[in-house]
Design a protein around this ligand. Sequence first.
Ligand code: FEO
Length: 164
Amino acid sequence: MLTAPLLKALNEQINHEMFSSYLYLSMAAYCEAKNFSGFAQWMRMQSSEETKHAMKLYEYVHSRGSAVTLLAIAQPPTEFHFPVKMFEQVVEHERKISGSITKLYELAIKENDYPTQVMLQWFITEQVEEEKTAVGIVEQLKMVGDSPVSIMMMDRQLGARSNG
Ligand code: FEO
């Protein structure tokens, strides 16, 4: 069984992951409406990845003999500054998520919960990857500039993402 503080924090992390999924789906909808189907595809895949993160935690909580309590998911923003600022927002959001994973890890240490520490190591590695990917896209977008040809090129490149 998980300790009460750890269960509470894991439930909150599930909520953060679900909000992340919602945020990226909202970004996808925004891109879709602007007819940038490649950017939209990337965001949809990102959204689906976040749902998987939430489910990984959901399954973990149950595997420890505790029960998940789902919390309300906040409404994500619906307007974004396309495209550089939108991806800077992704970077900023992922850094916030990395921070909450770190806090969760610190709590698992405090609670002497070794299995949770081991489980969270996957998330720590994943966050490094997520931040790196988002920073890379921001840098690429800045490099190619905002000409329609460059944006179309990036749209095609990001649309090739097929895993989420
Ligand atoms: Fe699941 Fe992108 O944090």
